[in-house]
Design a protein around this ligand. Structure first.
Ligand SMILES: Nc1ncnc2c1ncn2[C@@H]1O[C@H](COP(=O)(O)OP(=O)(O)OP(=O)(O)O)[C@@H](O)[C@H]1O
Length: 249
């Protein structure tokens, strides 16, 4: 069997007496889109922070393509191909979409010290930047300042920036939050078009998006996994229905 793209083994994190991640086991196959759902405060974002490396677990291990990355810095994880998009927009508003992506390419290139040396005019940066913009459907907006893009376009731009890492896995933290219905549909189409190229862990409250996209779903409640599996099985699980009672109707 292929090595999982990502495997969490007994991951634990407490804030004081609060066990926010309570011995989480999770496995994502290469190319799989895995959704992580759960009620507010279940610990989803805390789990994503531990996977990306901005928060240290108290116990447990994180394996990325079989390699133990539990103690690696976020930068080293990104270089290994673990990309993430942020709930808070991380682009530079005054620079064009193309310049933002080209800067991302430059930051991860062999010569990052040349940062800001007119990133968008350098062909070695430009070609992958254009490819990433095309992959997310933003090529026509390449020269628009990132700050002028719509909410959904900004999310697509962040995904383009993640693509320049040539990722093996992308962590998507609520990509649909604050995005209107029409743009949401476009983003779901975009994520669908990227499926299979790399693994994705999607944290999302929009259940129609989750069930439209996910190969497998894991449900987190009070920091613990209560169900994990194929979408239909998870949806029918009595413990999951109980956890969502009143939220999903
Ligand atoms: N730095 C911190 N210090 C103390 N408690 C924290 C900290 N970060 C998160 N928590 C608590 O941990 C719990 C889980 O929070 P987390 O943001 O991971 O949940 P979530 O599932 O992502 O929620 P949401 O769906 O609302 O984003 C919450 O009770 C939160 O208040």
């Amino acid at each position: 069997m292929a090595e999982p793209a990502l495997a969490l083994k007994g991951l634990a994190k407490s804030f004081g007496a609060l066990k926010v991640t309570n011995g989480v086991d999770l496995s994502i196959a290469p190319g799989e889109l895995h959704a992580l759902i759960g009620p507010n405060g279940a610990g989803k974002t805390t789990l994503v922070h531990q996977i990306s490396g901005t928060l240290k677990p108290d116990a447990g291990a994180i394996l990325f393509g079989g390699q133990d990355i539990t103690r690696l810095s976020p930068q080293a994880r990104a270089r290994a191909g673990l990309a993430r998009t942020f709930q808070i927009t991380s682009t530079i508003p005054s620079l064009s979409a193309l310049e933002n992506v080209a800067l991302g390419v430059q930051a991860h290139s062999a010569h990052p010290l040349s940062l800001f040396r007119d990133a968008a005019s350098d062909e070695a940066l430009n070609t992958p930047a254009w490819e990433a913009l095309e992959a997310v459907g933003l090529a026509e907006r390449a020269h628009a300042p990132a700050g002028s893009l719509s909410h959904g376009e900004k999310r697509a731009l962040e995904i383009a920036m993640a693509l320049t890492l040539q990722p093996k896995l992308i962590l998507l933290d609520e990509p649909l939050a604050g995005v209107g219905h029409e743009e949401g549909e476009r983003l779901i189409g975009l994520l669908n078009s990227l499926k299979g190229r790399f693994a994705m862990l999607l944290v999302e409250h929009d259940m129609s998006a989750v069930f439209a996209l996910a190969d497998r779903v894991t449900v987190l409640v009070y920091g613990g996994v209560i169900a994990s599996g194929a979408p239909a099985a998870v949806r029918a699980d009595p413990a999951v229905r109980q956890a969502y009672l009143g939220e999903e109707g």
